[in-house]
Design a protein around this ligand. Sequence first.
Ligand SMILES: *[C@@H]1O[C@H](CO)[C@@H](O)[C@H](O)[C@H]1NC(C)=O
Ligand SMILES: *[C@@H]1O[C@H](CO)[C@@H](O)[C@H](O)[C@H]1NC(C)=O
Ligand SMILES: *[C@@H]1O[C@H](CO)[C@@H](O)[C@H](O)[C@H]1NC(C)=O
Length: 115
Amino acid sequence: MRSVLILSVVLAVILGAHAYSATWGKAKNTDYQLLHQVEIRYPIKNNYWNVNINYPASGVGYYNISAIYVYDNFKNSSGASPTLYSGGPGYRFATINLKSQVNRGINSTVVIYGK
Ligand SMILES: *[C@@H]1O[C@H](CO)[C@@H](O)[C@H](O)[C@H]1NC(C)=O
Ligand SMILES: *[C@@H]1O[C@H](CO)[C@@H](O)[C@H](O)[C@H]1NC(C)=O
Ligand SMILES: *[C@@H]1O[C@H](CO)[C@@H](O)[C@H](O)[C@H]1NC(C)=O
């Protein structure tokens, strides 16, 4: 059992690193889901997408963010790489940047929890 657990953790780390998903912070089961946003962009020839996701859309929100999860829905190493530009866990706002690869689009899901 233990070796299976360790193996799956190792696999998750490897897959995570290649799938361009990211996690900041940790959500508790009493936290609210503050945002669930799917960002879709179609490939641009010889160029890439650079997209900022702001939570809330402007200013500072009511809830204290506990965790941010970004899932790359491509799951094949061709997705956008996520960066936390500002805010995040412990703050009431966040800006997450999604930078796609050249000639490749974006299909990433951003989920934010807080309380
Ligand atoms: C984005 O990913 C989701 C989940 O895999 C999929 O259902 C959806 O069709 C994808 N959309 C595009 C435009 O690729
Ligand atoms: C990755 O998956 C997406 C969606 O299924 C597809 O459009 C894209 O061509 C794939 N990229 C590579 C490098 O296989
Ligand atoms: C947000 O929550 C964290 C973790 O519970 C806490 O340390 C921090 O002080 C809180 N920040 C605000 C602005 O309430």
